[in-house]
Design a protein around this ligand. Structure first.
Ligand SMILES: C[S@@+](CC[C@H](N)C(=O)[O-])C[C@H]1O[C@@H](n2cnc3c(N)ncnc32)[C@H](O)[C@@H]1O
Length: 742
């Protein structure tokens, strides 16, 4: 399964920051659960999420200790010795700005880290001397940019005379001090200590013009084409402005954070997905091409259109532009501001309409995130936000500006996001819907394939010439399971006429899976699993199995396509559903109808990789690859390109959602030969081990061990809930002092 190299890298990056292993380990475990083992996210910005989580946990600990200690009478009287107080603080290593930071708040180990692409005083995590790997943009197996993971690029700010007056949020403001509205005329250019939500506006010639946001009544003032000042009181605001050069900027801001320690910075991707999901659910948008990026773009286009129209006609009265409250003079010069609420647009619109006569820029505001959209024509856009959440109540530090090219989401992805009806995108003969009743996540992006595909080096050849006469039923001409047929392929009595596995065959497979060591037939001198690791000392081979396998009728057989000895190759036919589990296991697969014992559910489809190829992917995020352990070590299966596995991470089918359950899973995986008799490659098909009720989750035993707690070879803490769960639970002491497993 997933190599420990991820863990090692994470430890290394944290060690470079002076954080000790003991502090890293528990937080990393939690984070892995939280991020569904998405190492790519965890490793982003040099493990910024991990560092943040460690610091948060230290902070929480310190706060708790402080609270606990405050209760002690001697400390309440201020008699705690200095040394004790110091102990409550976060570790020394976490306070790089010690000299500057003299607040009474519990010490925050590191300042909140900037997002990728921001400049200025880069955080320790971004400094090259940390020695951690540089950020790698995700690529697909073809080497093309993976569509879903939107890279951030710093916005190129032009200082030339033609550059528009665009707002660049000031990075890392550091105080909660309430702000007052600053009239552009009275601005102090070059102010270097702007507070938390303050943003700068440049006039294209390097001069700061300014924009401030605080916790007072909402105000946006526009005094000239390139001058804009805002003071906001409600939770957040949205502003739109265009420049002479046709650029449109949208700026949505949170009000300053107050007492929200659990905020985390969502990625652009998370934000976009959450918004898209919301639109799909709440507004029932059915257009498969819908995207938030496009939506924002449309706002910009409409805005420009309206603004341009305003130049030529008198329609710019507030009654005619219900959501737009701006200064007409400024509009005429192509710069403007507008505001509306995210959940209360109508209220504000009404307010704006009702107050037409007093139509003042003060009556603006409230949107729960910070967004910047630039250059409609080039469709670039930037989201800068912190603490965005579905309720729109998030607040946070002011963010730096990041710009993301809009068109990085492939058509497939659009379809995936909008195609709640069928996660297979029509690639199976049945539709498989997905549902999330737990949160607003949408399924991970991957290419749905109904059949496995060779990635590159795997020696998988399907040649008719290799099928011997005694391996097929060339004389059959109908259904091989029909009573009158004496078919040699069907003689193995694998399937019943109902398309189920024969009871005996199934039981034998279950017994074999229960104790695989008993069925080991081969030990290799140099096991491919070890060899591919390129470590100097190879561990001895654990042995390889000769598993019971199904041989279906294949191309050389004379029977019909609907022959009873062709089950797996017919594909999925049951009603299944992908759903989000409620106990931290991410997505899962369940059946919507009752399934009998021995029924075929689906096969594991993915990229067919050689073991070295699998290890080369070690820096990527694995989705539990499956080893095709067949006759390894035998003469026939030797060669680096013959020891194979299936990886469903990037290309996969519905099986990539099947979760693990120790021992008493309801599915069993059985090798199936469909195209040829090659022993080193086979299909892996899932069959029911027992009758399964409608709505029951489908699970299989990945066959993994959960015993290395320091550097786990598995990327997840098992939550299967089985009474036979193999995970070693930490031993805790009960109140009576007895040790027990948690
Ligand atoms: C093949 S995927 C299964 C689908 C996955 N849950 C998802 O959301 O995409 C395997 C991953 O699911 C999670 N998982 C599967 N079984 C689990 C279990 N019993 N306990 C905790 N996590 C599990 C782990 O993150 C594992 O790496």
């Amino acid at each position: 399964m997933a190599p420990s190299v991820h863990v090692k890298k994470a430890f290394k990056a944290m060690n470079a920051l002076g954080i000790k292993d003991a502090q890293i380990k528990p937080v990393l475990k939690n984070l892995l659960n939280l991020y569904d083992k998405n190492w790519e996210l965890i490793a982003e910005d040099n493990y910024r999420a991990l560092a943040d989580a460690i610091f948060d946990s230290q902070e929480t600990q310190a706060t708790e200790e402080t609270k606990g200690n405050e209760k002690k009478p001697e400390e309440a009287e201020g008699s705690a010795p200095e040394t004790d107080r110091e102990k409550k603080k976060a570790p020394e290593v976490c306070k790089p700005n010690e000299d500057e930071d003299e607040t009474d708040e519990p010490e925050r180990p590191l300042k909140r880290l900037r997002r990728r692409g921001e400049d200025g005083s880069a955080s320790a995590l971004n400094s090259p001397d940390v020695g951690s790997p540089s950020l790698k943009e995700p690529t697909t197996v073809d080497g093309e940019a993976a569509p879903i993971l939107l890279p951030y690029h710093p916005l190129p700010i032009e200082n030339g005379p033609d550059a528009g007056a665009l707002i660049i949020p000031k990075d890392e403001p550091s105080t909660d001090t309430p702000l007052s509205s600053i009239h552009p005329d009275s601005l102090d250019n070059g102010n270097s200590s702007l507070p938390m939500s303050e943003v700068e506006i440049t006039n294209g010639q390097g001069e700061e013009i300014a924009d401030t946001i605080d916790a007072l009544p909402t105000t946006i003032e526009i005094s000239s084409e390139h001058k804009l000042a805002a003071t906001l009181t409600e939770s957040s605001t949205l502003e739109l402005a265009s420049s002479d050069t046709g650029e449109v900027k949208i700026n949505l801001s949170f009000a300053p954070a107050t007492g929200r320690s659990n905020l985390h910075l969502p990625t652009m991707e998370e934000l976009r997905r959450a918004m898209e999901e919301k639109c799909l659910r709440q507004y029932k948008i059915l257009d498969p091409n819908f995207s938030v990026g496009r939506f924002m773009n449309d706002i910009c286009s409409c805005y420009l259109e309206l603004a341009t129209k305003a130049e030529n006609s008198a329609i710019q009265s507030p009654e005619n532009l219900p959501f737009l409250t701006t200064n007409v003079d400024v509009l005429k010069k192509s710069a403007a501001a507008m505001a509306f609420t995210s959940n209360g647009c109508n209220d504000l619109a009404t307010k704006a309409r009702n107050s037409a006569n007093q139509w003042q820029p003060e009556n603006l505001a409230i949107v729960p995130m910070e967004v910047d959209v630039l250059k409609t024509s080039e469709a670039t856009m930037a989201f800068t936000s912190e603490g965005s959440n579905d309720e729109g109540g998030g607040v946070g530090d002011s963010m730096g500006l990041v710009v993301v090219p809009e068109c990085q989401i492939s058509a497939d992805e659009y379809r995936l996001i909008s195609s709640i009806g069928d996660i297979t995108l029509g690639k199976e003969t049945v539709e498989i819907p997905w549902v999330n009743e737990v949160n607003s996540k949408v399924p991970p992006v991957f290419r749905y394939i109904a059949q496995s595909l060779v990635y590159l080096d795997a020696a998988v050849k399907f040649s008719i010439a290799r099928i011997r006469d005694d391996q097929c039923c060339s004389t059959c001409c109908n259904d091989c399971l029909a009573p009158s047929m004496a078919c040699k392929c069907a003689a193995a009595l694998t399937y019943t006429v109902d398309g189920l596995l024969h009871e005996n065959f199934l039981e034998e497979c279950i017994t074999e899976a229960r104790d695989p060591q008993k069925h080991v037939v081969q030990y290799c001198r140099e096991c491919p699993l070890e060899k591919a690791k390129k470590e100097e000392i190879l561990k001895p081979c654990n042995g390889h199995l000769k598993r019971k396998a199904i041989k279906e009728c294949w191309i050389n057989c004379g029977c019909i396509k609907r022959c009873g000895n062709r089950v797996v190759q017919q594909g999925i036919h049951n009603k299944l559903q992908v759903f989000f589990t409620s106990n931290g296991r991410g997505w899962g697969l369940r059946t919507l109808e009752k399934l009998p014992k021995g029924a075929f559910v689906c096969e594991f489809a993915g990229e067919i990789l050689t073991i070295p190829e699998l290890y080369q992917r070690s820096s990527e995020n694995f989705n539990s690859p499956v080893i095709l352990d067949a006759h390894w070590g035998s003469e026939e299966a030797s060669g680096d390109n013959k020891a194979l596995c299936l990886d469903g991470t990037h290309y996969g089918n519905i099986s990539r959602f099947i979760n693990h359950r120790c021992s008493d899973a309801n599915l069993i995986d059985i090798p199936v030969h469909v195209e040829n008799a090659d022993l080193h490659y086979y299909h892996l098909a899932f069959f029911t081990k027992r009758e399964i009720d409608a709505m029951e989750e489908l699970t299989w035993d990945y066959g993994v061990e959960f015993n290395d707690l320091v550097y786990p070879t598995l990327p997840f803490q098992c939550q299967c809930g089985s009474e036979f769960c193999r995970i070693i639970k930490p031993i805790t002491k009960s109140k009576k002092g007895k040790k027990k497993r948690t």
